[in-house]
Design a protein around this ligand. Structure first.
Ligand code: ATP
Ligand code: MG
Length: 423
């Protein structure tokens, strides 16, 4: 019997995991600079958490959720995205309390699960890195969220990013627009896809996000949200654009952009790239926006929020090898000759590692030549060779693998001697 990984999942093997660690370390470093702290929430939550937050007309809830009833008959779902769990934790742990500085800023990373048809850049278990900030409705914070996302991707060497922004306005503007969409789409009702027929009843804004070709044609002439903004929403959007100009951030207003989830308002944004890795099709790597109703929806006090989520697999496909740090070399490979040296090597290796060197040895009783070959393959900076005579004299032979230079040093102070050689 040969087992295979479940459809839509991937093994992240050592060569690849190095890239993941690099990306995660840049995320941590960048987000910490902006004073976001890491939050780790469960990978599964009550189904209701996602249903409440995403709305039951979202693709995620209606089609893509991995849900099940556990042995205690609880309705559970694997998280399809990060925000809902973070908001649940925010409310449950009363992070809105007066002892916490506002805005309350957190970031997260981890696997997400969606039952989708697997294809390039689309999996059933995938990973997101994201962040959220609670407790401020300020447009300056919106600009900060966009710029932290941009800095993160720029540091990773991702170029040619297109920053698309839009606004959904305040609830009044959104309601006016909602009506305009109903008026526009209703005459086309019979031509819309089945999904969009349902959306027309429940959430017409979502029709704009439809991937159906027929829908897209109808959507092309749909009214624009920008014509339905009330005065405060218009001013707010204009101010955000000024702030982005101040930051020298190049953006495009895409008035057809909507976010898949029900709870967004005001600022929404996506970062797109066109890259050979995706057949030069434009893809979204990062998406986010403001969700002022969500904390309340999940039982907390009225609290504004804003955040973004980014698909790590898609990001990985964009990373160029030359932008990645090279694999760190092995400091020392211990070469042993004979049984006594074999035994002594256990302690020597342990001492070297404690002193801070990365160190390894042969565990297959291979001949010296094979041991040196391994040292070469591992790109060892030094080999330390120990045989019977070295043990008797308490010395070790150190070879610089790059220059071929060899010296005999005291075995008792091996770590110190190596540090001296290193300079
Ligand atoms: P799409 O329109 O591509 O389905 P989405 O609107 O479902 O995207 P979001 O829910 O906004 O995506 O998720 C944010 C990011 O997570 C996406 O921009 C993408 O990079 C990534 N992502 C979403 N679904 C998947 C998936 N199934 N596999 C890999 N990455 C994904
Ligand atoms: Mg999707």
């Amino acid at each position: 019997m040969r087992y295979q990984k479940p459809k839509g999942t991937m093994d992240i093997l050592p060569g690849e995991s190095r890239k993941w660690q690099y990306v995660e370390s840049i995320a941590q470093d960048t987000f910490n600079k902006y004073r976001f702290s890491e939050i780790r929430t469960p990978i599964f939550e009550s189904y209701d958490v996602f249903e409440r937050s995403s709305g039951d007309t979202s693709d995620i809830v209606s089609k893509e959720m991995y849900d099940f009833h556990d042995k205690g008959d609880r309705h559970i779902a694997l998280r399809p995205e990060g925000t809902a769990g973070v908001v649940r934790a925010y409310v449950e742990n009363k992070l809105y309390g007066p002892e916490n500085i506002k805005p309350y800023k957190v970031w997260y990373k981890g696997p997400m699960f969606r039952y989708e048809r697997p294809q390039s850049g689309r999996q059933r278990q995938f990973h997101q890195i994201g962040l959220e900030a609670f407790g401020s409705d300020s447009p300056e914070l919106d600009a900060e969220i966009i710029s932290v996302g941009l800095e993160f991707l720029n540091r990773l060497g991702i170029k040619n990013l297109k920053v698309a922004i839009n606004t959904l306005g305040d609830p009044e503007s959104r309601a006016n627009y909602h009506q305009a969409l109903v008026d526009y789409f209703t005459p086309f009702k019979d031509e819309l896809s089945d999904d969009s027929k349902v959306r027309l009843e429940k959430n017409p804004l979502r029709i704009l996000d439809s991937k159906d070709k027929g829908d897209k044609k109808i959507v092309a002439n749909a009214p624009s949200i920008l014509d339905y903004l009330n005065d405060p929403s218009q001013k707010r959007f204009d101010y955000l654009k000024d702030l982005l100009d101040d930051l020298d951030i190049n953006y495009e207003v895409d008035s057809t952009m909507v976010r898949g989830l029900d709870y967004y308002n005001h600022t929404i944004f996506e970062f797109m790239v066109t890259d050979p890795a995706f057949d030069n099709k434009e893809i979204t790597v990062l998406a986010g926006g403001r969700y002022n109703g969500l904390v309340e929806e999940l039982g907390g006090p009225e609290t504004p929020g804003i955040g973004f989520g980014l698909g790590v697999e898609r990001l990985m496909m964009l990373l160029k090898d030359e932008d990645l740090p090279s694999e760190s070399d092995l400091d020392v490979y211990l070469v042993t000759i004979g049984e006594k040296a074999e035994r002594a090597s256990v302690k020597i290796l342990s001492d070297l590692r404690r002193a801070g060197f990365s160190a390894d040895k042969d565990y297959l009783q291979r001949k010296i030549k094979a041991q040196f070959k391994t040292a070469n393959n591992l790109n060892a900076k030094y080999t330390v060779t120990i045989g019977d005579s070295e043990l008797e004299n308490s010395t070790a032979n150190v070879k610089n693998m790059a220059t071929g230079e060899q010296v005999s040093v005291s075995l008792t102070n091996l770590a110190d001697e190596l540090k001296k050689i290193e300079g």
